[in-house]
Design a protein around this ligand. Structure first.
Ligand code: KIV
Ligand code: ZN
Length: 386
């Protein structure tokens, strides 16, 4: 059976850039967009062109330089937004307009002070208008996570008729549990007339720490695109992390899912985004955090030195990390100390190791981490080598 191809829609430069204080300028965005294109993402959401002249310029310039990916611009269901987005995308080889409107009761009543039928009419008008500029139109049903499935199906059916090529089902507030989000996608697959004319996209926020799980559950239930950001950055608790969903699909081959992502670029692009935006990546961040391939407890270190796979499910080289790290702390064992001592030039016998290890423990209790220069110091103290 051949694998199903999952489209990766990167929104680092739009939803990701909504992190307070992390605004990027156009040259910074161009550098990231080039790397995303090389990484192999299928779609780059480059910005929200009507929101500011700077964002318009970024979308326009990114449209000129991206070689392979579709370039997408966000709009509300507002004619002028759509016209401006079409203009910003005019140089793109593969332009996509991403338009939409809130569909939950909360959005319809409080935000739009409207009703369900009027919202469908606005959605259809927006998609039809976007279609007059580009062939590829994605529709988002904002707050779909809290929208009742029956109404959501009516919205989807209407926008497919109007020409939407992609249906984005955002869990805007990160509220859904994985089985609920999966059931929502399944419901749409089974109940929307014409659903095969469009692909369903997952756009999950991380307010309850479930964005990655929800996106994967959406794919298992028939969605074919995931919207995500590098390092999972984004408004509030962020978006689905690109590196997580891509590696889940790679590490679980029985799911029969493929992406176009060159995974060896993941660590480098994570660093680039973190440095450009000035957002520090938490050390325990899956896949790209500083500790993702670091081992510090004696039991784990002993296992990893014997065979990496005892405590690692991913080969660090597969994500662009040169090697696993054996960190020396007061929790480390003899195997780790012998391994690190050998790396800096000392081949210790068993007896020598016993002596050095006793000294090492005294030293390690006074420091968070023992580094290479400390190893020389410790060995010098034991007088084993002169
Ligand atoms: O989270 C969301 O609903 C969005 C839409 C604008 C696509 O980002
Ligand atoms: Zn979002």
């Amino acid at each position: 059976m051949s694998n199903t191809q999952i489209q990766i829609f990167d929104t680092t430069l739009r939803d990701g850039e909504q992190v307070p204080g992390c605004k990027l300028n156009t040259p910074q965005k161009i550098i990231i967009a080039k790397q995303l294109d090389l990484l192999g993402v299928d779609v780059i959401e480059a910005g929200f062109p009507v929101s500011s002249p700077g964002d318009f310029k970024s979308v326009e310039e990114i449209s000129k330089i991206v070689k392979n990916a579709t370039v997408c611009g966000l709009t509300r269901s507002v004619e002028n937004d759509i016209k401006v987005a079409a203009d910003a995308l005019k140089h793109a080889k593969r332009p996509r307009i991403h338009t939409g409107i809130g569909t939950s009761d909360s959005h319809i009543i409080h935000k739009f002070k409207s009703n369900k039928d009027a919202i469908i009419e606005r959605a259809v008008r927006a998609v039809s208008y976007a279609k007059s500029f580009v062939e590829d139109v994605e529709f988002y049903a904002e707050d779909a996570g809290r929208t009742d499935n029956e109404y959501l199906a009516r919205v989807c059916e209407a926008v497919i008729k109007a020409g939407a090529t992609v249906l984005n089902i955002p869990d805007t507030t990160g509220y859904c549990l994985p089985h609920e989000y999966g059931a929502k996608i399944k419901y749409l697959k089974e109940n929307v007339k014409g659903i095969d004319k469009a692909i369903i996209s997952c756009h999950c926020h991380n307010d309850l720490g479930l964005a990655t799980a929800n996106s994967i559950e959406g794919i298992i239930n028939g969605a074919r695109q995931i919207e995500c950001t590098i390092n999972g950055i984004g408004e509030r608790a962020g978006n689905t992390a690109l590196e997580e969903v891509v590696m889940i699909m790679k590490q679980h081959p029985y799911l029969n899912l493929d992406t176009n992502i060159n995974t060896q670029m993941l660590y480098g692009i994570s660093q680039l985004v973190s440095e450009s935006m000035g957002i520090y990546t938490q050390p325990n961040k899956a896949i790209v955090g500083a500790n993702a391939f670091a081992h510090s407890s004696g039991i784990h270190q002993d296992g990893v030195i014997k065979n990496r796979e005892t405590y690692e499910i991913i080969d660090p080289k597969d994500v662009g990390v040169t090697e696993s790290a054996i960190l020396l702390t007061a929790r480390s064992g003899r195997a780790a100390l012998a391994y690190r001592a050998k790396n800096v030039g000392y081949e210790l016998t068993k007896l020598e190791l016993d002596v050095v290890y006793a000294e090492f423990l005294n030293f390690a209790d006074t420091k968070k981490e023992v580094i290479d220069s400390d190893i020389h110091e410790i060995i010098k103290t034991t007088k084993i080598y002169n």
